[in-house]
Design a protein around this ligand. Sequence first.
Ligand SMILES: NC(=O)c1ccc[n+]([C@@H]2O[C@H](COP(=O)([O-])OP(=O)(O)OC[C@H]3O[C@@H](n4cnc5c(N)ncnc54)[C@H](O)[C@@H]3O)[C@@H](O)[C@H]2O)c1
Ligand SMILES: [Zn+2]
Length: 370
Amino acid sequence: MSDHSPTSELDVTVPSVPAKTCKIRIGTNILTSLWAEIEAQFEHLAKFVVTDENLVSAGHLHDLLSSRDVPTFVISPPGETSKNIDTVTAIVEQMEKVYLGRDTVVVALGGGTVGDIAGFAAAIFKRGVPVVQIPTTTVAQADSAVGGKTGVDSSVSKNAFGAFWQPTAVYVDVATLKTLDDRQFRAGLVESVKHAVIADAGYFEFLDENLDAVLSRDCAVLEKLAYYNCQIKARVVEADPTEKNRRRMLNYGHTIGHAVESASGFELLHGEAVAIGMIAAGLIEIQLGLGDRARLSGIRNILERLHVPVSLPKGLDKERLIEIIKHDKKAINRWPKFVLIDKIANVYCQEGQWAVEVGQEVVEKVLDEL
Ligand SMILES: NC(=O)c1ccc[n+]([C@@H]2O[C@H](COP(=O)([O-])OP(=O)(O)OC[C@H]3O[C@@H](n4cnc5c(N)ncnc54)[C@H](O)[C@@H]3O)[C@@H](O)[C@H]2O)c1
Ligand SMILES: [Zn+2]
């Protein structure tokens, strides 16, 4: 006889969420004709746009909507300071005030902050409505618009509120990058270098050969870059959407990168800190016999041409970095695992794990050299 009486326990089995396909379209100057396409694709849904002030002043919101009257939330001030739950509340309440319901699609036009905020608002509005991402920074076009991670920061930590909410469509217009600030543009390209290093030797060569064209914002080359990036990110996400294991490879350079970003008091942009983190990963690989100086020089050379830092800024305290690494959100027993490669386009996988153990003494040695 079971301990439970027949009326005290029930099993509830709900079907798992069916797979969903997200269309990614890449082009140049597609923004002006996009709205008709969105109207056609989401014919029966109301539309709500989320963007930020810089996208408005750069003319991109106008290019998207022309003179159409579509309810729009403009995030102000732009950037990370607005990536918080208050902005999400304001968006949700604005949507309610204009009588939007579950039959709504949210359209996010902007960089990673807009995409993360709007995606999260879409995920929780009336328990979830579809979101379309129109990324406009090198970070968003290579990384944040694809993969379904959405969320906002708390006063304690980054992305503390969050949900996996896959976009229904992603439209990449590389011409929008023309108005992006140079430092942002270059720093965001570090994620592209990361993709090449972990996943595609042909892409690494492409980057090396076409970096000048990328930096001069040649749209044909930027389209190819976007295609490589979206493809690499999409394949990894398809295999492991909720980051149980394989998706962790996208954190290459990020463990030390995050620590450097934080220790710099966010003076360094994320991509700049990740560049330093990638060099650190390369030095760890050398220490562990997984890599050599020649391979690291190839990577360093591309990063230097991007004019991103490749060594620790003066005054960054090593002890403090180690402390921050111990607080890494992925740490177990106060020490995180590291993503490493054993050759270009091959992430080192040990016993089926895509992030591996590296002793603190190895990391300390590497920080001395960095
Ligand atoms: N969801 C994910 O998987 C993922 C991945 C990487 C990063 N992120 C998040 O993305 C955010 C960073 O994204 P970001 O670097 O795009 O920052 P951002 O959205 O703050 O954009 C950077 C600046 O550029 C401006 N801007 C954007 N597009 C422009 C354009 N075309 N022309 C002129 N100005 C433009 C913005 O207004 C902002 O001031 C972080 O919050 C990070 O956590 C998320
Ligand atoms: Zn990153």
